[in-house]
Each structure stands twice: as C-alpha cells, then as structure tokens.
Design a protein around this ligand. Structure first.
Ligand code: CU
Length: 192
C-alpha cells in the first residue's frame, strides 16, 4: 500500500515539474468561438504554427503585413506556416476583424561574453521579397541603434568594444508591400 502511494506521488511529482522556460519549437492555435487561443504564441526560429479551425463558421489567419493568408477555413481544417525569421507577427481574421493574434519569433545568440556572439535572425539568407532589420542597445539606455538595416543575411557577429549587457531585437520586412513585422522579443547578451 505504502509503495503504491509512493509510486503515485512520484508520478505526480514528475507530472507537475515546471517545464523549461525556453520557447516551444512549434505552437498550435485553436480557432473557435470567434477567438484565437492562445492569442500570443512564441516559436523558435524555423518553428511552425498550426491553426486548428473548430468553428462551423469560416475564419482565416491573415498576416497584418501580408506574410501569409490561409483563406477561409472551418470545422476540422487546419493551416500551418513555418516561421523562418524573427519578429512579432500580428494577424487577424479577414472575415471578423475583431479576431486577432500574434506570433513571436526571437533571434538566437551563440557564443560567449568574452568571445562575442553570433546573432541569428533567420534560418537562411532572405528569400525574394524579404529583408531584415536588427537593432541593439546597451541595457539601461533608451535609444535603439541599427546594427543591420534591410540586410538579406541571416547572421552577424556581435562583439563590441564596450563591455556591458546589450539588448538585441530583429524584424522581418516584406519588401513586396513595404511593411515590416513588429520587433521580435528582446534578447540580452553580455559582453565582458
Ligand atoms: Cu473569423
């Protein structure tokens, strides 16, 4: 009896262990009751968002900046899109403009505070109709400065002479319509 209770407790402990704070690779959004749930999702670079449409009424997932448009979908249908570059992508339902959501895609930083960082905001060189903006600032200062503007490259080395904690963010441009995603979540990197 005791061992069974212990085994049950152990199982509960495993189940309730906090999950990693790292962003999920992929995300699923349920489209039901005139709502995108969850309204904001975060995926890693290259991660896929799948929208599952559950209402009999047709909805769409439509990028506010023309990055994607599912067209009308209803009960049992789904739409998936891979997010290959950083930004905060607002979207809405083109049939019901009050329905809206956001997909957030952070950039990554690999390296060290002593050797500098390689910042990556895209899985590869920009495709047709795309470019990227990257900004940086020292933590505690207010003004963002451009690190890259309208670049088609996916990465940059970041190793400034001045030590401190820097914040970096990136966004994706749709050069076909001159619109840009919102800025990605901020990534902090230390330089010593
Ligand atoms: Cu709708």
């Amino acid at each position: 009896m005791i061992s069974r209770i212990l085994a049950t407790l152990a199982l509960v402990v495993v189940v309730v262990l906090p999950s990693s704070p790292a962003a999920a690779t992929d995300a699923t959004v349920t489209v039901a009751n005139m709502t995108f749930t969850p309204g904001t999702v975060t995926v890693t670079l290259g991660g896929t968002v799948t929208w599952d449409f559950a209402d009999a009424t047709a909805h769409t997932t439509t990028s506010n900046q023309g990055f994607w448009n599912s067209g009308p979908k209803s009960s049992g249908q789904s739409f998936a899109r891979a997010f290959s570059s950083s930004g905060s992508y607002g979207y809405h339902c083109s049939i019901h403009p009050s329905m809206h959501g956001t997909v957030r895609v952070p950039l990554t930083a690999t390296g060290s505070s002593s050797g500098g960082w390689t910042l990556r905001w895209s899985t590869g060189t920009a495709g047709a109709g795309r470019s990227f903006d990257v900004q940086v600032r020292l933590s505690g200062t207010s003004s963002w400065k451009s690190l890259r503007n309208d670049t088609t490259k996916a990465t940059a080395k970041f190793n400034p002479a001045r030590s401190g904690t820097y914040q970096v963010r990136a966004r994706t441009d749709n050069t076909a319509n001159d619109k840009s995603s919102g800025w990605s979540p901020v990534r902090a990197v230390a330089i010593t």
